[in-house]
Write a protein that binds this ligand. Sequence first.
Ligand SMILES: NC(=O)c1ccc[n+]([C@@H]2O[C@H](COP(=O)([O-])OP(=O)(O)OC[C@H]3O[C@@H](n4cnc5c(N)ncnc54)[C@H](OP(=O)(O)O)[C@@H]3O)[C@@H](O)[C@H]2O)c1
Length: 325
Amino acid sequence: MKTQTLGVSDLQVSRIAYGCMQIGGKWDRSPITPDIQRDAIKAVRTALDEGINFFDHADIYTRGKSEEVFSAIWSEVPNLRGKIILQSKVGIRFGGEPDPHDVTRYDFSTSHILSTVESSLKRLKTEYLDVLLLHRPDTLMEPEEVARAFDELHQSGKVRWFGVSNETAPQMELLSHYIRQPIVTNQVEFNVLHTHLLDEGVNFNQYVNRMARSVGTLEYCRLHNITLQSWGSLANGRVTGRKVEQATKIQTETTALVAELAKAKDVAPEAILIAWILRHPAKIQAIIGTTRPERIKAACPGDGVELSREEWYRLYTVGRGEELP
Ligand SMILES: NC(=O)c1ccc[n+]([C@@H]2O[C@H](COP(=O)([O-])OP(=O)(O)OC[C@H]3O[C@@H](n4cnc5c(N)ncnc54)[C@H](OP(=O)(O)O)[C@@H]3O)[C@@H](O)[C@H]2O)c1
């Protein structure tokens, strides 16, 4: 597995990361069963065997159970902590908590950030996080509050590096103005069916059917050496065989092209999706979230697949569902 440096940090990370969002079972308060625990460790071990050294968490994933089941890896694989990179996130609060009337909301207050990190460290059974991300922009953010929390976490050694997720360039610029630590990563949704990160620059000054503004986020990250991480890298299986009631034309055509390229390169379709992300010169780190060992193994060879400019643009065009301007 190839590696790269994460932003301006000193972390050497695998180009493919493992997303632990689903390893804790259901997103409710049901307990962790022995089966869930066993499958989680099987997935994590498979990722390690494939050369992945980066594990992505969030406090909310399966309501804390993902972090909890992950911690069993310390006794399974001795002396592992210093060899892997652990990232978690903070800032999303579930509806109904703590008060039944509470709606789902975002919270970047100092107290919420600090207490959440404490809980994540306990569940993960570790002394520190390598990276902490702000999960989704909190429009009520007081940047001084974030700065205070980051300083305290950094000075105490509980968090080494900081980043954001789902943020635009101006949001990162605003935060950077207040915090003393560099933003090393921005985690955003990106895959062959979800290309808004690229579309804005490509479609500039055109009338287009579909446009989700990314406000120069790709260019901002490249200019400031902030590594983009892609979530949803496998497009949730939508072009690699997930059974759906009625596939769209884009889905059907993309599935066919992904299969054709996979055959030509003698890899699984999942590897083509990863190769497409890694081919971009922004050096995006691809996060895969499948819990199935066979799909982890199918995706990882993607870091060794070379896609030509022509193959890459064919996939981009079919996934966008329209010709370039
Ligand atoms: N920052 C954010 O806001 C954010 C949001 C979402 C996710 N994330 C992170 O990114 C990681 C990856 O995201 P993701 O899980 O959404 O993306 P993904 O890797 O594109 O999708 C994985 C999901 O798709 C399913 N899948 C894949 N191939 C399939 C197939 N052929 N047939 C049926 N199902 C298939 C997997 O099920 P199986 O497990 O059964 O294979 C799994 O539920 C997460 O684990 C998390 O760490 C971050």
